[in-house]
Design a protein around this ligand. Structure first.
Ligand SMILES: Cc1ncc(COP(=O)(O)O)c(C=O)c1O
Length: 385
């Protein structure tokens, strides 16, 4: 990792943690599908004892992802939710967490329906105004958890401003950076203490494996999370680690196309007479467009738009042939989802209304297919409204 610190992003993605295998010279990291390791004597081993604790393929992935996010270490887990769960279980009963009110629906589900039974307290606020964070802090607040941009409303949080509020108060700022990937945004460089990703999305990039990662800025966080890998066991398998190692090699190239096509699709939708509103930080009329330009290096591929009603959304979605209706995002293929009945169904109608998610909203994760084919498909879908 250190060796390539000065190298560019694409070089680090391809080489950090991905050095040729010392035994054979293989250019790809070997998959070590082993549960245990032969020991030379009592207390004598080659650095590996049992694969819940550590595995060479996992080590390589953790080294690679730490480099891409500019952290000191990374710990990978069986899914994005397992990674978020691990972060939350570094807290103690009685601790309070301030969260964005527009997170991926699975996160408040974990917080409210699982972890609140163990004495953790959560409150949800609009973190797009940093002053709301200041107001929400309590004596027992130990963590602020945000996504930026949010899912699906594409609101941004000013990370340096929130980090300045957290500093000196023993409050850790944790950022879910799944939507931007480390290619477009590095929260640790903007003052965050930890970064989490669902690697299922852009990092893997091929919709063929689940995973999650926490990237740490301090050794004590990395040690706690390594202990949680060993103690709770929600680790990522060597094969799925390898899928991500393979996926990240093309992250820079993929993100360039995702971003380029994302801008074209957002402009197309913004001009389309059937569309009432488009949520995309790359549009000049996005209320936080300036902040987006300041803290992100691109605008990405995630766009939400308003079709006007559930009926309109359904009519459009049924017509699509290139874009696939499905949960998830960040793959090479364009995926379209309906937040009200999919990712945010668990919030209930009232919860969705409170934060502005409507039945007519559709979210698109623009893939890397030919842009003409995507625009043609969307045009034919919109003609059905
Ligand atoms: C922003 C964000 N964070 C976390 C998750 C959870 O990740 P996983 O599905 O890998 O558990 C998702 C899943 O869609 C997500 O979109």
């Amino acid at each position: 990792m250190k060796k390539n610190k000065q190298a560019g992003f694409a070089t680090r993605a391809i080489h950090d943690g991905q050095e040729p295998d010392p035994l054979t010279g293989a250019v790809t990291v070997p998959i070590y599908p082993t549960s245990t390791y032969v020991q030379q004597g009592i207390g004598e081993n080659k650095g590996y004892e049992y694969s819940r604790v550590s595995n060479p393929t996992r080590d390589r992935l953790e080294e690679n992802l730490a480099s891409l996010e500019g952290g000191i270490a990374a710990r990978v887990f069986g899914s994005g939710m397992a990674a978020i769960h691990a972060i939350a279980t570094t807290l103690k009963s009685g601790d309070h967490v301030v969260c964005g009110n527009d997170l991926y629906g699975g996160t408040p589900r974990l917080f409210n329906q699982v972890l609140s039974n163990f004495g953790l307290e959560f409150s949800y606020i609009d973190t797009s105004d940093a002053e709301n964070v200041e107001r929400a802090l309590r004596k027992n607040t130990r963590m602020v958890f945000v996504e930026t941009p949010t899912n699906p409303l594409m609101r941004l949080s000013d990370l340096p401003a929130i980090s300045a509020i957290c500093r000196g108060r023993k409050v850790e700022l944790v950022v879910d950076n799944t939507f931007m990937s480390p290619y477009f945004q590095n929260p640790l460089a903007l003052g965050a203490d930890m970064v989490v990703h669902s690697t299922t999305k852009f990092l893997n990039g091929h919709s063929d494996g689940l995973g999650g990662v926490v990237v740490c800025s301090r050794q004590d966080q990395a040690d706690k999370l390594a202990f949680l890998q060993k103690a709770a066991g929600a680790i990522l398998s060597p094969f799925e680690c390898w899928l991500i190692l393979r996926g990240v090699k093309t992250l820079a190239a993929r993100m360039e196309i995702h971003d380029r096509s994302g801008r074209v699709v957002a402009n197309f939708l913004a001009k389309h007479k059937k569309i009432k509103k488009v949520f995309y930080p790359g549009l000049a009329d996005h209320p936080q467009h300036k902040l987006a330009k300041r803290q992100m290096r691109g605008f990405g591929a995630m766009i939400t738009f308003e079709t006007g009603s559930l009926k309109n959304a359904n009519r459009m979605l049924k017509k699509l042939r290139v874009c696939s209706l499905g949960e998830s995002l960040g793959g090479v293929e364009t995926l379209i989802s309906h937040p009200a009945t999919m990712t945010h169904a668990g919030l209930g109608e009232k919860g969705r209304k409170a934060i502005g998610i409507t039945d007519g909203m559709v979210r698109i994760s623009v893939g890397i297919e030919n842009i003409e084919d995507l625009l043609g498909d969307l045009e034919s879908g919109l003609a059905a409204i």
